[in-house]
Design a protein around this ligand. Sequence first.
Ligand SMILES: C[S@@+](CC[C@H](N)C(=O)[O-])C[C@H]1O[C@@H](n2cnc3c(N)ncnc32)[C@H](O)[C@@H]1O
Length: 294
Amino acid sequence: MAAKSSSRGSTPPPPMDDLEFARWVRLLETRTGVTVPPERKPFLVTGLRRRMRETGHTDYSRYYEELLDGARGAVEWAALVDHLTVHETHFFRHLPSLELIRKEWLPLWAQDVAGDQPVHALSVGCSTGEEAYTLALVLDRALGEHGGYRRFGITATDVSQSALSMARSATYPLSRLEEIPAAYRAEGIEPDGEDQFRIAERLRKRVGFACVNLMHASRAPLRQLDLIYCQNVLIYFARERRGELLDGLARLLRPNGLLVLGPGEVTGWSHPQLMRFGGRQTLAFLRQSKETQA
Ligand SMILES: C[S@@+](CC[C@H](N)C(=O)[O-])C[C@H]1O[C@@H](n2cnc3c(N)ncnc32)[C@H](O)[C@@H]1O
C-alpha cells in the first residue's frame, strides 16, 4: 500500500473510542484468532498507530477500509499483523518440555517405529525461530543417543512474515547465547562476525519455515507429524476457540506422536485418541499407538 504523502507528518490519529476498538478487535480475531481483551487496548492501539505512522495514515476508518481492499489490502495486512502480535521468544524456553521429549518420549517413539524413519516435527507460532532451532538442537543430540542416527525435519510456522524472515536468517545477537546450554553450543552454533552467532548449517538445513495461520493449520500441506510443539500461542486465542484448534493439530499427529503445549495454556481439553503424557510441570498429549486404538 503506498504511503499517503499528503497526510505524512500530520497530526496522529485521535484517541480510539470503544466502538472503533471493537471493530479492530473483531478484524484481528477473525483473521488470526488472536483476541485482545479491553485491558490490552493500549497494545493494539500502539501497534496500529506505529504502522499507520509508517504508511502515513491518520484516520482509523480510512485505514480499515483500505485493509479490506483486495490484494493491496492483503499486502498491507501482512505488514500490520506484525505490529499486532507478540513475538517474544527464547531459546530453551521451557526446559521441562524439552526434557520430556528427550528423556521420555523419544525412547518410546524410537522403540515403536522402523529404524530408518525420520522424526517430523512442527513448531507452531515459531516467531523468530528460537523454538524451532531449540528443537533441532535437542533432537539432533537425543537421536544420536538413542541408538543409531536417525534423521529429523522440522517445519516451523508463524503468521508474521517479518518474524519468519529473521528466523530464516538463523542469526542472533551474542547476548542471546547464554540461553543455549553450554553442552549444545560447541556443535550447534557458529560465530557470525563480532557480535552475532548463527545456528550451524547442519541444523539450519533441517528446519523449514512457512507462513501458516494456525487457524488454517489443519488445511496446510503438513505431513503426518511425530511431534507438534505449540507454546505461548494459544494464550492469545479466545478460550472457546482453543479446543477446536487443538482438535485440528491432533489430526496431524501420527500414532505415538506427541503434542506439547505450554503448561496452563489450555484447561479441560481432551481428545478421544490422545492421552496425557508426562508430569505436572508439562502439558503434553500422546496419540495412542495403533495397537492401543484397536
Ligand atoms: C509469543 S510468540 C511465541 C513464540 C514461541 N512459540 C515461544 O514459545 O517462544 C507467539 C507467536 O505466535 C504467532 N501467532 C499469533 N497468531 C498466530 C496465528 N493465527 N497463526 C500462526 N502464528 C500466530 C505470533 O506471530 C508470534 O510469533
